[in-house]
Design a binder for this molecule. Sequence first.
Ligand SMILES: Cc1cc2nc3c(=O)[nH]c(=O)nc-3n(C[C@H](O)[C@H](O)[C@H](O)COP(=O)(O)OP(=O)(O)OC[C@H]3O[C@@H](n4cnc5c(N)ncnc54)[C@H](O)[C@@H]3O)c2cc1C
Length: 377
Amino acid sequence: MDLGLSQEQEMIKTSARDFLDKECPKKLVRDMEEDAKGYSPELWKKMANLGWMGLALPEANGGTGNSFLDLCVLLEEHGRSLLPGPFFSTVVLGALPIAKFGNDAQKKKHLPKIADGNEIVVYCQTEPSATWEASGVELTAKKEGDHYVLNGTKLFIPHAHVADTLLVVARTSKGAKAEDGITLFLADAKSPGIKFEGLKTIASDHQSEVTFKDVKVPAANVLGHADKGWQIVHAISLWGAAGKCAEMVGGAQKVLEMSVDYAKQRVQFGRPIGSFQAIQHHCANMVTDVDGSRYIAYEAIWRLSEGLDAEKEVSMAKAWVSDAYRRVCALGHQIHGGIGFTKEHDMQLYFRRAKAAELAFGDGDFHRELVAQKIGI
Ligand SMILES: Cc1cc2nc3c(=O)[nH]c(=O)nc-3n(C[C@H](O)[C@H](O)[C@H](O)COP(=O)(O)OP(=O)(O)OC[C@H]3O[C@@H](n4cnc5c(N)ncnc54)[C@H](O)[C@@H]3O)c2cc1C
């Protein structure tokens, strides 16, 4: 059984790593934490020129027709380099749903611009209740003539302040189940009545509270069908959770490498600390977690990419990798001793992002609950 990458995927991986080593050093990562935009438009353009934004889009829509699996190989490298900015949001949470559920006019309007790097899409689902379940969608959209009028608040939305288009999950009616009556809208982020307020977060990932007050969105901007949007939210959650796993695997791999290197160089009691059995066991536990995370993540990603049923596998992967990345960071800190706690060291950058990725699209407990349901408990 060969679980390796194809030749093309190896090329995506190595070219992305070379590019990001050069274009996304940790100085940029640190600068973007303080930057008002939170990403570099110059780097964004270069990434678009490499074809990254259109990687998983059909050729007819300005993309290169690669698979979701290929995209995740790229995301793993993004996680390794801690690439800042709205790539995940635009490409995974914006472009993929538009390509799959959008009508011809919507695809024509948005996808070539996304692929060229000229449009940033931001997905707005979570609200003050902070749940990923359908019951959390309380922002209302009321039909008035050929428009809908949106009112409510979205919370913890990364990069909303730099979005051109917001993909908004709204409640258009109340049905028997919370999943009924949900509709997705492609809203112009500059529409009157939309307000952004920045939030300070552990990962410095430029999240916002976005409020909608009597925001008019044309009925033509409904993605999919009115009241039947939960199946799109569900698809986005699967892509989002699986894609986050790929990013986390990349970050965890880098933390492992940093820690093994440090264990070989750092001398205490006259020997490298890597020669102490305690540190060797830490490294063995880390590599087991990193490789285990990679296998469980790519099994889920591959199934999703092939259009197979992947719900249990995605939840198993998100539950496992969320916890494993946190464990790997904790052991990385232990091996680095005092230096790893300092702001100047890169360990804290990874640890803070591991915490944010753990929560995105549901943490370990949320997904363990879904796995339990899938096996009939
Ligand atoms: C928040 C914070 C504040 C601090 N403030 C100060 C301060 O104000 N002033 C100051 O002087 N210091 C300060 N320190 C540094 C602190 O004293 C040292 O970090 C601490 O003693 C650990 O030493 P180290 O970083 O050299 O780690 P190391 O000794 O290099 O240890 C690294 C890893 O190797 C393991 N290890 C080391 N030796 C062995 C062995 N013989 N067998 C098995 N495993 C081993 C350790 O358990 C650890 O996991 C601070 C540290 C922190 C985290």
